[in-house]
Design a protein. Structure first.
Length: 226
């Protein structure tokens, strides 16, 4: 008997490899918290196991991660060509021995998303923009796609002349060393106290998808495939 789309999607859970960083959104009555942690494994139709996030990743995690709390889990599939899998389910139990682990009820359905090149994903990543004449500014990446970023700095200067100039975007990849992308400023927009640069990056789409996966930037805005 042919498998349904629902069954095929559930099978995708088996493609999440142990140790993969997943994005966990903790839903509370008033707001939500987001944290990254490691996927440990699963037992089909029983539960999914995640590593308990460190204090550095989520302060006072015990206040949020309790039995019955609803989570939204998102993960990039290594072999999925940039596909993201997402599902909603509640915490079954939090174990403390022999290691702190989160057990989640096995989902009844999952969604697949695609990192589409035109999708702009909102974020607030601290970064630095550096021009060929050595001028540089600290700022934040306001959004990111598979082809470029919107970079914002605090400035009241008229920087419209920078359109079409070459630049480098530098990011501190969570204290693991600087990550640098070269690109070209394609647009300049002046606001009251900020300037926004639309930067087309020279990185390949695969490099950008890997970068987005490493930082797990708000993947909830992506369009579902099925």
């Amino acid at each position: 008997m042919p498998k349904t789309k629902l069954q095929l999607n559930l099978e995708k859970l088996g493609k999440i490899t142990a140790g993969t960083l997943v994005d966990v959104e903790i839903l509370t009555p008033t707001d939500s918290k987001r944290v990254k942690t490691e996927f440990i494994g699963l037992l089909n139709n029983r539960f999914i196991v995640l590593n308990y996030p460190s204090v550095r990743r989520l302060h006072n995690a015990g206040e949020y991660l309790k039995d019955g709390v609803v989570l939204i889990i998102r993960a990039v599939l290594e072999s999925g060509g940039g596909q993201v899998i997402a599902f909603r389910q509640q915490v079954m139990s939090v174990a403390s021995h022999p290691a702190r682990l989160i057990f989640i009820d096995f989902p009844t359905q999952v969604q697949l998303f695609s990192l589409r090149s035109h999708t702009r994903i909102p974020t607030l990543l601290p970064a630095e923009i550096k021009l060929s004449d050595e001028r540089q500014w600290l700022g934040v990446i306001k959004d990111i796609s598979a082809t470029g970023v919107m970079f914002e700095i605090k400035s009241k200067e008229d920087l419209s002349s920078l359109k079409n100039t070459q630049c480098n975007i530098l990011l501190d990849k969570e204290n693991k060393g600087m990550k640098e992308f070269s690109g070209q400023i394609c647009s300049v927009r002046s606001l009251a106290t900020q300037v926004q640069f639309g930067v087309q990056l020279h990185a390949s789409e695969d490099e950008m998808k890997k970068f987005m996966k490493d930082h797990f930037i708000d993947l909830s805005v992506l369009e579902p495939l099925v």
